[in-house]
Design a protein around this ligand. Structure first.
Ligand SMILES: [Zn+2]
Length: 66
């Protein structure tokens, strides 16, 4: 059984912040999906990095930018 412990503050935060139409979005640099909150983007990114796959429980909150 593999246990992955994510230590907050220790992980190199890669989440990218982007402002479009006066709204701020946070992008997961692993899968390039945008989120409205930094928290979701960070969750997505750590999941993407660890599992090399997206978690549909997280990506359902992704937002589509034109
Ligand atoms: Zn991701």
């Amino acid at each position: 059984m593999l246990i992955i412990i994510v230590q907050r503050g220790c992980v190199n935060k890669m989440v990218k912040q982007e402002t479009k139409n006066d709204k701020t979005y946070f992008m997961c640099e692993e899968c390039n999906m945008y989120y409205k909150t930094k928290d979701l983007a960070e969750k997505c990114e750590s999941h993407c990095r660890d599992k090399h796959a997206c978690d549909t429980e997280i990506t359902k909150y992704a937002v589509q930018l034109d």
